[in-house]
Design a protein around this ligand. Sequence first.
Ligand code: PEP
Length: 222
Amino acid sequence: MKKLLIVANWKMNPERLTQAKLLFNSVKQGIKKIRNTRPNRNQRFSNRVEVVICPPFVYLSALKANGAQDCFWENKGAYTGEISPLMLKDIGVKYVLIGHSERRARGETFEMINKKIKAVLKVGLKPILCIDKLSQIPKDIQGNYILAYEPVFAIGTGKPCSVERSKKMRKNADNNFVLYGGSVNSQNAKDYIEKAGFQGLLIGGASLNSKEFLRIIKNVAI
Ligand code: PEP
């Protein structure tokens, strides 16, 4: 039985806390239901799936969510508008996305990302480093981090990376735990696990539709 990680990146959605609660609760209930049903009477699921949900910062406490979309590299101080790794840890967050391409596109640099990964590791949280090429991995990170291979052309475009191309990237990545992200849906999810050899998925758009997100979880668990 493989351990898989399915990560939902809600980005800057939904617009209201009430909607966030509805989405979160329906995903939670759906996961419970999936866990209580077996594929057939005598069978167990083939894979154990851990689900991480990364809502906007402002919803984290109300939802008691386990994932964040970013964080700063200092733990406290005069850094207006920033959120620290220690603050995230204190409210129960376990995983932090770092270096998402949508942040890099708005000015986040390699140096900033490097500092963020180190800060997240230092407080005992798990960074998920998003890259679209291997050269984006800092060389001097001490500690276990998760990689997410997210080719920019596939993010939010409905044009997923081919399984063959993603498989090559997976083979070249020197990391035990690599996720694939980029236009994942319930039709293609299992191929990235079974055929390309990834240990999980990072899901944007499809994670905002609870039914589709739950279908993905079920498909990769079986
Ligand atoms: C993402 O936001 O990291 C992502 C992969 O988005 P989408 O699934 O919508 O392509």
